[in-house]
Design a protein around this ligand. Sequence first.
Ligand SMILES: Nc1ccn([C@@H]2O[C@H](COP(=O)(O)OP(=O)(O)OP(=O)(O)O)[C@@H](O)[C@H]2O)c(=O)n1
Ligand SMILES: Nc1nc2c(ncn2[C@@H]2O[C@H](COP(=O)(O)OP(=O)(O)O)[C@@H](O)[C@H]2O)c(=O)[nH]1
Ligand SMILES: [Mg+2]
Length: 194
Amino acid sequence: MSDKLKDAKIIFVVGGPGSGKGTQCEKVVAKYGYTHLSSGDLLRAEVGSGSERGKQLSAIMQRGELVPLDTVLDMIKEAMIAKADVSKGYLIDGYPREVKQGEEFEKKIGAPSLLLYIDAKAETMVSRLMKRGETSGRADDNEETIKKRLDLYYKATEPVIAFYEGRGIVRKIDSEGAVDVVFSNVAKAIDGLK
Ligand SMILES: Nc1ccn([C@@H]2O[C@H](COP(=O)(O)OP(=O)(O)OP(=O)(O)O)[C@@H](O)[C@H]2O)c(=O)n1
Ligand SMILES: Nc1nc2c(ncn2[C@@H]2O[C@H](COP(=O)(O)OP(=O)(O)O)[C@@H](O)[C@H]2O)c(=O)[nH]1
Ligand SMILES: [Mg+2]
């Protein structure tokens, strides 16, 4: 565990691609002042830098596969430490993607006090992503990659939710409705934290 992050309040935000994780995290930042770290955004920033590592990441992400665990975890940890003095807590969005990622996070950083499970139907997620793809400029918001991301989500990431359910920290949030309705339930889950 890292000293600087020893007492940090950590919330994992987990859900399928296009379920609305990023949308809800923005609203949590506005209301609670938490630090939002999207693992996907951190990776896209590395790709955008044009570095050698970014080029390798770009190819993996375009295929909808997972980048090596250590790469993502180091990026998250670095970003958390950079905010440690001012942060009220952290929203870790899009991580863990597989049980092993969660285990390593806990070894190197700390344990989450809550897992927000943002839940939407597959068809809802696909249609949101296709719509987002019209303007996002994301290389992975296309029909073929969306399908792979969804498959991987059900195979690798859903077990993460079951893993943390065993600890009683999962709050399932129905994300089929309007953004504000979803957020009122997210807020209830966070208010329940002490
Ligand atoms: N812990 C993570 C997070 C992201 N990725 C890679 O980054 C891509 C995009 O991640 P993200 O932005 O989190 O996308 P989605 O989960 O698909 O959801 P969304 O963009 O809709 O938030 C993933 O498909 C994957 O290739 C990864 O390998 N490991
Ligand atoms: N109708 C509706 N659309 C949403 C909701 N949440 C997100 N969206 C849309 O779905 C798309 C994916 O949302 P995003 O927050 O990027 O999801 P993420 O992939 O889980 O981070 C975006 O274009 C949002 O505008 C919601 O609660 N209701
Ligand atoms: Mg997102």
